[in-house]
Design a protein around this ligand. Structure first.
Ligand code: ATP
Ligand code: MG
Length: 387
């Protein structure tokens, strides 16, 4: 039975004043991720977090949960003993099995420098003991089993398997973003990347539904529930598409897409300032489709005074699809969906819009009222569950 899970985070990112905030958030997020799990305590050590298990702890469920916590670089289920050579040797003998001729390596890491022996001393002595007792061989280059010993705060933590975490930063350390979420593949991945840089993400979706109930069944809500696994709850603003549709009826069809993008960021900006959110997010990419040009992005940008974060700007589609599969949104994104703009928007929208042209078209439309009416009609749903 393991005594603890030893959790490491990306120390390079932890310069100066950010460190206590980062650690506090990470501990909070781990507690949320483990809300349904049994364990004894969670506490901070020198540069690590220590999760004390109990006899009811389900190690495989805890492993699954920790694998989803952003900010963890790796973790290990381990045995704990006193930080002296005899205790360490006894603990290894009691808990780890070896086979004859197995290639092994002992790797000691001393965070606690007050220990009266060096890492190299311990590696050599424990290695020699294992050779003499079990007939193992030492292979520093290609070991079949690595015995890790971490010494921190006067104790030794012993394990043989490091489990990779997602890395990144803990959700919540970088502020709040209102993210434009469609039912497609890209925008959920973009939201996840923002979470991975520590953002708390709320969502805004423009829908073409008439009935309230339909929203609840919408795939968009399922996407948010998957993303909640990483962010432990979020809000989604559902906003109807029709105020824009009505206002833009007189607009040239090739311009409707860019008008809609500008409309979306205007509504988003209003909602964001109402709720104290400081940036917008989108799944836009450079040149993935002919309308996603630098010129068009610049024209969209002009409609908002808030920064628009586009984490996928430089990604290839296959990279995006790979992340979507890894985080669990792909299967939902490919489900059929009643997209709000498919009928209303041209097959070949304008590719290099000019700001003057777009502003001249907008001057003839009552878009401001449409923005206000959409903001007024926004329905907010707190989504706590995850799937
Ligand atoms: P996605 O897979 O995210 O839909 P996409 O490559 O299909 O991306 P577009 O449909 O051109 O791109 O949309 C670009 C971005 O605009 C989306 O990534 C999303 O951020 C936003 N967006 C598009 N449609 C909506 C919508 N109905 N509600 C909210 N945001 C939207
Ligand atoms: Mg789309």
């Amino acid at each position: 039975m393991f005594d603890y899970a030893l959790i490491h985070y990306g120390e390079i990112a932890l310069k100066g004043l950010n460190r206590p905030l980062y650690e506090k958030k990470l501990v909070e997020n781990i507690e949320k991720a483990l809300a349904n799990q049994d364990y004894a305590t969670i506490k901070k050590l020198q540069g690590r977090i220590l999760l004390e298990l109990n006899e009811r702890s389900d190690v495989s469920k805890i492993e699954d949960a920790l694998k989803k916590v952003l900010g963890i670089s790796w973790f290990a289920f381990c045995y704990m003993t006193e930080a002296d050579k005899e205790s360490i040797q006894r603990c290894v003998d009691r808990n780890i099995t070896f086979t004859k001729n197995e290639k092994i390596k002992v790797s000691t890491n001393r965070a606690d420098k007050n220990i009266p022996f060096t890492s190299i001393d311990l590696n050599r002595e424990l290695g020699t003991h294992l050779i003499n007792t079990y007939g193992v061989k030492v292979s520093l280059k290609e070991p079949e089993k690595e015995i890790y010993i971490e010494i921190a705060d006067g104790k030794a933590y012993i394990f043989t398997k490091k489990i990779r975490g997602l890395c990144g930063l803990p959700v919540g350390v970088s502020g709040n973003v209102l993210h434009l979420l469609s039912g497609g593949i890209d925008s959920p991945v973009a939201a996840w990347l923002l979470m991975k840089r520590g953002c708390k993400v709320d969502f805004l979706h423009f829908h073409a539904f008439q009935m309230f109930n339909e929203r609840w069944n919408a795939k968009v809500l399922d996407l948010v529930k998957v993303l909640n696994k990483y962010s432990f709850g979020s809000r989604i603003f559902f906003v109807p598409f029709y105020p824009f549709e009505v206002a833009a009826l007189q607009a040239p069809i090739r311009y409707r897409l860019i008008l809609f993008r500008r409309f979306m960021v205007r509504v988003a900006e209003k909602l964001a300032s109402k709720y104290g959110i400081v940036a917008l997010g989108s799944g836009e990419n450079l040149a993935q489709v002919s309308s996603q040009t630098l010129e068009n992005l610049a024209v969209i940008e002009h409609a908002s005074s808030l920064p628009i974060l586009r984490p996928l700007l430089t990604y290839d589609k296959n990279e995006i699809v790979n992340i979507a599969k890894q985080i669990g949104t792909f299967e939902i994104s490919v489900r059929p969906y009643k997209d709000c703009c498919s009928l209303f928007i041209a097959k070949h929208p304008v590719t290099k819009a000019k700001l003057e042209d777009v502003e001249a078209i907008e001057a003839d439309l009552s878009l401001k009222d449409a923005v206000d009416s959409s903001v007024e009609k926004a329905e907010i749903i707190e989504v706590k569950e995850h799937i």
